[in-house]
Design a binder for this molecule. Structure first.
Ligand code: C2E
Ligand code: CA
Ligand code: CA
Length: 531
């Protein structure tokens, strides 16, 4: 990707890194605020249910207690005394009285007499249990005080109008209601209650928003009653705001942190990108050669060219850093071309003087998908007058992941008379069929497998299988990363011909390589190539 592209991408990712955590925190605040509101309403509804159910049971018990004692005139002093005692015993019952039809004919509150009954009118609600409810009843002599009258079997219990709902003075903006029976008859309430709300309830707990209110309705666990609690949505919004005050800064802080991280990474990338571009102009690349040794006689049969980059500050950047970076940013082709130029330029003399010696050049997958690399190589080889077989291409298994794409280049390399090796063998996941198809000369066993030799690791068996596989395909084996004599001895015993590693030599300059070859001797066995 080019600089502008990287910058655009970095800005986009940076913006996202800021926006996403913040939006997420706002979303969470919304969820939390609403959940909080619903939980509050549920608690209140349950409270209402508990109180109202208790009140109902008390009223029912009080009336039943009177029914157990039916003899005597309905409003006898004895009877009124008993009613007074019962209303004193039940906290929710303010008073009791006798009913005749829909009229109270006497009460413990001493307000009705048989001569002046209090007509209650038709009941507001009736329950299958035989209970009738009159709500918002005003009693003469007690103006401004509303009662709920509950009647059954000729007796009435007089309770606070809201069945104690007012006692729940948690929060005055919350509306509360208590319903009974299948018809969801409203027998007590406080605050704003819409008719439509009760009809949405069908025995299951529900919550919904309607007409500027968040509404929760909960059934009683023990009776057929239900309670409603509703809160203005402005209240819910306040709860959300409160959550946002906590979560928002957290989201913002996280976003800022992420954005900072993105910008640091982007700046590093941009600077590495720019530095690498400049490295071509400033000619900062050079090549080191690591000898490849014939295990049967210790002679040097060739060397692998390894790219090196000393940057402007004199720091040697590892190829494990700049090669993958160049691959990812479309610059590997230029590096390959540069390495080829350097190799042909500085090693041509050595190669001409030592027929049979080869220099191996690494190709990345990108190189395999364009003709540039091998065209370039052929051109250079001709100009420098070196045999194509003096040059070898190392192709990684990864580069052969899509063999159809690499096919043309591979065939051209073969036809050009260059040697070919499969590099890092065993570390990729490619189809093995290419090994036979392209008649590769060498198989390089990755250091990872060489490391297991002489240990009890099960992978060491895999190493032997790879050696066998190469033999059956008529390929020569180069073991990479040989560091110990023990490894060398095992490899030699298994019939591996070639090795490369610190045991023999580290990567070195071309002058050092020339000296090395002068000492160790050069030359490969005649059987080492196919061409
Ligand atoms: P590679 O192709 O597998 O190269 C072998 C690596 O193993 C080299 O690391 C070499 O220095 C190291 N090595 C050799 N013998 C030993 C040993 O006994 N012990 C240990 N620990 N290491 C040993 P280097 O030079 O750092 O290169 C790393 C990788 O960078 C190479 O792995 C290759 O994938 C890539 N690379 C280097 N130069 C080029 C190049 O010109 N083009 C391309 N496409 N890739 C390159
Ligand atoms: Ca290699
Ligand atoms: Ca390798």
């Amino acid at each position: 990707m080019n600089k502008t592209g990287t910058m655009l991408l970095a800005s986009a990712v940076g913006a996202l890194a800021l926006i996403v955590p913040f939006s997420l925190s706002m979303y969470l605040a919304q969820m939390q605020g609403r959940e909080d509101a619903v939980a509050t309403l549920q608690d209140m509804a349950d409270d209402v249910l508990q109180r109202a159910d208790t009140a109902r049971l008390q009223i029912s018990d009080a009336i039943a207690a009177l029914n157990n004692n039916p003899s005597g005139p309905p409003c006898s002093a004895e009877r009124l005394a008993r009613m007074g005692m019962l209303s004193g015993a039940f906290s929710h019952v303010a008073g009791m009285g006798r009913l005749e039809g829909d009229a109270l004919i006497c009460t413990t509150l001493g307000l009705a007499t048989q001569d002046i009954p209090i007509n209650l009118g038709k009941p507001d609600a009736s329950h299958p249990s035989g209970m009738h409810f009159w709500s918002a009843v005003e009693l003469p002599g007690l103006p401004g005080q509303a009662f709920t009258v509950v009647g059954r079997d000729g007796y009435a219990a007089i309770a606070d109008a809201d069945l104690g709902l007012d006692l729940l003075n948690h929060d005055s903006v919350v509306s509360l209601a208590f319903f009974i029976g299948e018809q969801r008859q409203l027998v007590g309430y406080r605050g704003v209650i819409r008719d439509a709300w009760g009809s949405r309830y069908h025995d299951q707990p529900i919550q919904f928003e309607d007409d500027g209110y968040l509404v929760v309705i909960r059934p009683s666990q023990t009776t057929d009653s239900a309670a409603l609690a509703a809160m203005p949505t402005s209240r819910v919004a306040a709860k959300i705001r409160r959550s946002a005050y906590v979560l928002g800064p957290l989201g913002l802080a996280l976003g800022t942190l992420l954005t900072g991280a993105v910008s640091i990474v982007a700046r590093r990338r941009l600077s590495l990108n720019g530095e690498l571009q400049a490295a071509f102009e400033r000619n900062e690349f050079f090549v080191e050669y690591q000898p490849i040794i014939d295990l049967s006689n210790g002679r040097c049969v060739g060397a692998e060219a390894l790219a090196r980059w000393r940057n402007e500050d004199g720091v040697l950047v590892s190829p494990d850093v700049f090669i993958p970076f160049a691959e990812a940013h479309g610059m590997i082709g230029r590096i390959t071309a540069r390495v080829m130029e350097i190799v042909v330029q500085e090693a041509a003399g050595l190669l001409r003087a030592n027929p049979g010696l080869h220099i191996a050049i690494n190709l990345s997958s990108e190189d395999l998908h364009s003709h540039d690399a091998q065209m370039h190589m052929r051109e250079l080889a001709q100009r420098a007058q070196i045999e194509p077989s003096s040059l070898m291409f190392e192709i990684t298994e990864r580069g052969l992941m899509s063999p159809e794409k690499a096919r043309n280049v591979l065939l051209a390399v073969r036809a050009g008379g260059f040697r070919m090796a499969i590099d890092d063998f065993g570390t990729g996941h490619s189809n093995l069929s290419y090994l036979a198809t392209y008649e590769l000369d060498f198989l390089k066993i990755d250091k990872m497998f060489v490391d297991t030799l002489g240990t009890n690791a099960p992978t060491s068996l895999v190493t032997f299988h790879i050696i066998e596989l190469a033999r059956s395909l008529g390929m020569q084996v180069i073991a990479e990363g040989v560091e110990t004599e023990a490894q060398r001895d095992i490899l030699r015993a298994r019939g591996v011909q070639y090795a490369q590693g610190w045991l023999f030599a580290r990567p070195m300059s071309i002058q050092k390589l020339e000296d090395f070859i002068a000492q160790a001797g050069s030359g490969a066995r005649a059987s080492s190539t196919r061409t």
